[in-house]
Ligand binder design. Structure first.
Ligand code: PHE
Length: 377
């Protein structure tokens, strides 16, 4: 049967409603579908096939449904309906197959040209991130201490009173515990003091946390954020960064502390920088010292940066207080202050970064302003 005849052809009447007779009738139609889908090579032919079979008013499927289904006795409807659905699925499958293979192979030259990529066009530029000046300074410091055999240790920013104060020999009533300096977590009043949570005010609690985990010898540096309830101004921020250091072994002396920090400062600012140590006080070190470096900007002759003194104060340090080792010993018996000794130090990373890059307002570093940050890319 020719295609054009099918399109206009009438639907032959069913010879009966037995399954056998129905199968035969539907097989004949299925043969017509197959014949008329043989040459679907252009979009026009595909559309003609679709209209011929599935067209809502003129389509042959509609004609079959009208001729066979509507007049059928109720008990035959189900059998016809099943076969009808199978036929419809077959037609749809052929349509899909024809249009997908046409889509892949049938693009003409013009359509292809419009899809071609012009490799000479500039690409979409991806913004590269860059190290923040604080993180860059922190990494420089970590590298300096790594070369001296130090490992990196970190701890939580939300800390207990025990680690932040008690185990570091801050006696009850010590001014540093004052809520004017310390940001405490609300609603802790029913807990024993030592378990109450606060924002750590320094990185020193990680000294104790690390000693509890590792017996001596120990050489660690501890970078991280710390929090104090300071009013923000050009040189103060309620959040800032510290780098802590701790060295514990047999026969560690103050000379080791001086040599280590002097070397670290020369690595950071250049070999002509000098250091000097002044007596100071921290509850967890004895003796304690503040360390100044000769002004790296004027070489020590005096300038605005060093307030014409030739020196800049940079860090706090000291020999680990025996009472701190006593707390560590509760978990690690090897921290026996009769057998070992150690030194610790702490410095503000933000201040060092500001000096290094000539930044005069600390809030610039934490505002997230791209105009500031892009200068370090
Ligand atoms: N934790 C001290 C501070 O925040 C610094 C410090 C660390 C001092 C280690 C001595 C030893 O001020």
């Amino acid at each position: 049967m020719h295609v054009s005849e099918i399109a206009s052809g009438d639907i032959p009447p069913l010879s009966g409603y037995s399954e056998d007779q129905l199968d035969k009738a539907f097989a004949a139609i299925s043969g017509e579908v197959e014949a008329s889908s043989a040459a679907l090579s252009t979009p026009e032919a595909i559309e003609a096939f679709r209209l011929q079979w599935l067209g809502r008013k003129q389509g042959r499927l509609k004609a079959i449904s009208d001729a066979w289904l509507k007049s059928a006795p109720a008990e035959a409807r189900k059998l016809i309906g099943q076969r009808f659905n199978t036929l419809k699925a077959e037609i749809e499958q052929r349509l899909e197959h024809a249009s997908s293979s046409h889509g892949a192979a049938g693009l003409d030259a013009e359509a292809l040209a419009s899809k071609r990529i012009d490799v000479t066009l500039p690409g979409a530029r991806r913004q590269l991130g860059a190290e923040h000046p604080v993180i860059r300074t922190q990494n420089e410091l970590l590298a300096i201490f790594a070369r001296m055999g130090y490992s990196v240790s970190i701890g939580p920013e939300v800390e207990t009173d025990y680690y932040n104060f008690e185990s570091l020999n801050f006696p009850p009533g010590h001014p540093a515990r004052d809520t004017q300096d310390t940001l405490v977590i609300a609603g802790q009043d029913r807990k024993p003091l030592r378990d109450r949570l606060l924002m750590r005010t320094h990185t020193s609690p990680v000294q104790m946390r690390t000693m509890e985990q590792h017996p001596p010898p120990l050489r660690i540096v501890i970078p991280g954020k710390v929090h104090r309830n300071d009013a923000a101004d050009a040189t103060h921020s309620p959040m800032f960064h510290q780098l802590e250091g701790l060295c514990v072994d047999t026969n560690i002396t103050f000379a080791d502390l001086k040599g280590t920090l002097d070397h670290a400062m020369k690595e950071l600012y250049g070999s002509s920088v000098r250091t000097r140590f002044f007596p100071s006080f921290f509850p967890f070190t004895e003796p304690s010292a503040d360390v100044q470096i000769s002004c790296p900007f004027c070489g020590g002759s005096g300038c605005r940066k060093c307030k014409h003194s030739g020196w800049i104060e940079l860090l706090g340090c000291g020999m680990v207080d025996p009472s701190v080792f006593e707390f560590a010993r509760l978990k690690q018996p090897a921290y026996d202050p009769k057998k070992i000794s150690g030194f610790a130090f702490g410095m503000g990373i933000d201040r060092i970064a500001m000096m290094k890059y000539g930044i005069t307002d600390i809030s610039l570093m934490f505002s997230g302003d791209l105009r500031f940050l892009e200068q370090f890319a």
